[in-house]
Write a protein that binds this ligand. Sequence first.
Ligand code: BDR
Ligand code: CA
Length: 308
Amino acid sequence: MPRSIILDTDPGQDDALALYLALAAPEISVHSVVSVAGNVPQPRVTDNVLALLSLVGRDDIPVYRGCELPLIVEQYTAEYVHGDTGIDGADIPPSARSAESKHGVDHIIDTCMDADDNSVTLVPVGPLTNVGMAIAKERRIIPKIREIVWMGGAFDEPGNTTRLAEFNAVVDPHAGAIVFNSGIDMTILPLDVTHKALFPPSQITRLREHDSVVAHACAGMIDFYQQYDMDKYGWEGAPMHDPCAVAYLIDPTLFTGRRMSVAMEYMNDDEMGNTYERTDGSEPNATVMFDVDRERFLELLVTSWCSL
Ligand code: BDR
Ligand code: CA
């Protein structure tokens, strides 16, 4: 049986790539998608999710509009990486469909409350605002959640938004702290691993050579958003941040990591959004991934996108 997931996302080219990876995978069933303000504001992230799904004929998947703003800190978006639309590089027509009328946070709560204990998989690949809000509003969802698989954070690797903090972490550190302190088991794909998951130009060529609208959309998006990291780090390729979270669910053997007790800094201004290992002897609450089998990972991405 495929594993049912709720994808919580802020597209974002790499969010779009993660969504397409999930849709292509027989190991995963996308139960619903919740949007969250992150790379670009609401309602654009919601419109992007709807458009991305329409492009692949998946208007059957319900989309819920989630939070508009972080819980406490000022909104910070990343058009400087992703372009004004968040998914610049692909010319994807808007969807004729609208999001469901229920709020994304209530959708997460209701889905969990209707589920068996230890059965729900949440895959947030953006700021943790919706998940943090859901836990704060209805703590009885905690035992329902089997695992939260989150792309975010930075441990040995420096931050990509501040000195210590990764984007998804620093955009809403208070929501992150709620999630990290909830006792829910997490799998974290931080910059330590996603910065090793680079998608080289030769693979973009492979996508372009494939005769499919989706493969070309993926190529266009990667082409656009690799520019930021290439300029900043001098890399040959874009980091596949969010696809790492989905790839982990498809094939966990692609990644290696270790159990840790992880916390999120939400008080000290200089370190806001820093994810760090607790040293107080507390029980591990997360598996943090540090390495990826890049060749197998790239093959999974390209063959998946070309299959849609
Ligand atoms: C994360 O932030 C966003 O820019 C990406 O979509 C990814 O989720 C990487 O730091
Ligand atoms: Ca994202």
